[in-house]
Design a protein around this ligand. Structure first.
Ligand SMILES: NC(=O)C1=CN([C@@H]2O[C@H](COP(=O)(O)OP(=O)(O)OC[C@H]3O[C@@H](n4cnc5c(N)ncnc54)[C@H](OP(=O)(O)O)[C@@H]3O)[C@@H](O)[C@H]2O)C=CC1
Ligand SMILES: CC(=O)[C@@H](O)[C@H](O)COP(=O)(O)O
Ligand SMILES: [Mn+2]
Length: 396
């Protein structure tokens, strides 16, 4: 039986993971949860799943949740908080599988601790691998831990790789929807609003990744994520615009064969694959996870336009530089995306901020997770300064 810690249980991936647990009773046991600020969702999850432990972002939220549980007569759920809390729930002795789905570097320490504690990881949190990929991969090797990708593209590559060995791979192709502005002329980019950018054409996801998809930074992060997971240089990780989001990615082998993975546009499928690996679980019509090939009429593929989507170019450059550049790429993006959502910078202010921060960053490699966190904080400060200098008084 897989005994789960779900980090980011109140988010989009967290909900999809719990929905899989609901669909396959007896197969997965929810041992622990970690959430941020959504205390109502956390409370409801405690009532439904009765975890042994749950972590929330702050002490006051944890105290509040404890009182609400007590009022229901529930006193046997340990309620903890903060980074130490998420590390605690991720490393409980009973847990053997950790779903890493806290958004951003906030999920890094718990994910790293889980790897070091020998837990199998279902990895959705790509920002962890962007910022600290080399350290996480080294720890996974040292502790003989499987890192099973949940991110749909990497999950697809993982599935296609079962058709060959790593040495037989010529390159991999990550598909990109192109986001809501795939066909928008560059002249209109300055006027893009958060509401427009939050309308992803094919996926329903959390806010940060949805904006990252709109700038195509998501694909840039995924290139770095793929380099780390599949031990490939960035030049062997290609991207292609595929607006249907039906082919989730492809692996091209040395003999010219290309294997693709096709399935519904639903994150429950890669989550189920990772949870069940190395087995495959049979689904029925009830779960609506099967793909009706007779409805398939068109699959389009085209080259991304790096002029309209400079974030993708910046990510390839950071991948080339390595070390702190990838940490800064993620940290500056997180600050810039928040500023865009708050109306403090325009849409194109996101790549402008990141580019400025990258120019001020060295390619030095972090030797420890503490180094990563220091470099992350420094890049955030730098991004805030860039925004204050360049965009004060800016209007969308
Ligand atoms: N959604 C998707 O389809 C996909 C997502 N991913 C990746 O998965 C991760 C999660 O994405 P998604 O589910 O969309 O994001 P959401 O914004 O929907 O959820 C984020 C989760 O992280 C929690 N969280 C945020 N900050 C903290 C914190 N400081 N401490 C503890 N928990 C925190 C949130 O808690 P709360 O809400 O309670 O504040 C929430 O549970 C991201 O890294 C994303 O890139 C990858 C591929 C696809
Ligand atoms: C579901 C998933 O894995 C997302 O990362 C998705 O791929 C985002 O869509 P884009 O292809 O638009 O970035
Ligand atoms: Mn993805």
């Amino acid at each position: 039986m897989k005994k789960l810690a779900i980090l980011g249980s109140t988010g989009s991936i967290g909900h999809s993971t719990l929905s899989i647990c609901e669909s396959f009773p007896g197969r997965y046991q929810v041992i622990s949860l970690a959430a941020g600020n959504n205390i109502d969702a956390a409370f409801a999850q405690c009532l439904r799943w009765r975890p042994k432990a749950i972590s929330l972002a702050t002490e006051s939220l944890a105290e509040n949740l404890k009182s609400r549980l007590k009022a229901e007569g529930i006193t046997n759920i340990e309620v903890v908080h903060g980074t130490s809390g998420s590390i605690h729930v991720a490393t409980l002795a009973e847990v053997n599988f950790v779903v890493s789905a806290i958004v951003g570097v906030a999920g890094l320490e718990a994910t790293y601790a889980a790897v070091c504690a020998g837990k199998t990881i279902g990895l959705a949190n790509k920002e962890c691998l962007v910022a600290a990929g080399e350290l996480i991969i080294a720890a996974a090797k040292q502790h003989n831990v499987a890192l099973l990708p949940i991110d749909s593209e990497h999950n697809a590559v993982h599935q296609c790789m079962r058709g060959g060995t790593a040495a037989e791979v010529r390159q991999i192709w990550l598909t990109a929807s192109g986001g809501p502005f795939r066909n928008t002329p560059i002249a209109e980019f300055e006027r893009i609003t958060p509401q427009q950018a939050l309308k992803h054409p094919t996926w329903v996801m959390g806010q940060r990744i949805t904006i990252d998809s709109a700038t195509m930074m998501n694909k840039g992060f995924e290139v770095i994520e793929a380099c780390r997971l599949f031990n490939l240089p960035a030049k062997q990780v290609r991207t292609t615009i595929h607006p249907q989001s039906t082919v989730h990615s492809l692996v091209e082998f040395v003999d010219g064969s290309i294997l693709a993975q096709i399935s519904v546009t639903d994150m429950r499928l890669p989550i189920l694959y990772a949870l069940a690996y190395p087995e495959r679980v049979a689904v029925t019509e009830k779960e609506s996870l099967t793909f009706d090939l007779t409805t398939l009429s068109q699959l389009d593929f085209s080259q991304p336009d790096l002029t309209r989507f400079p974030c993708l170019r910046l990510a390839y450059e950071a991948a080339e530089t390595g070390g702190n550049a990838c940490i800064a790429l993620n940290a500056a993006d997180e600050i810039a995306v928040a500023a865009f959502l708050e109306g403090r910078i325009p849409f194109l202010g996101i790549p402008r901020t990141i580019e400025d921060v990258l120019q001020l960053t060295s390619g030095q490699s972090p030797a420890s997770i503490l180094d990563v966190l220091d470099a992350d904080l420094a890049a955030r400060d730098c991004a805030r300064e860039v925004i204050a200098r360049q965009f004060t008084g800016a209007r969308r």
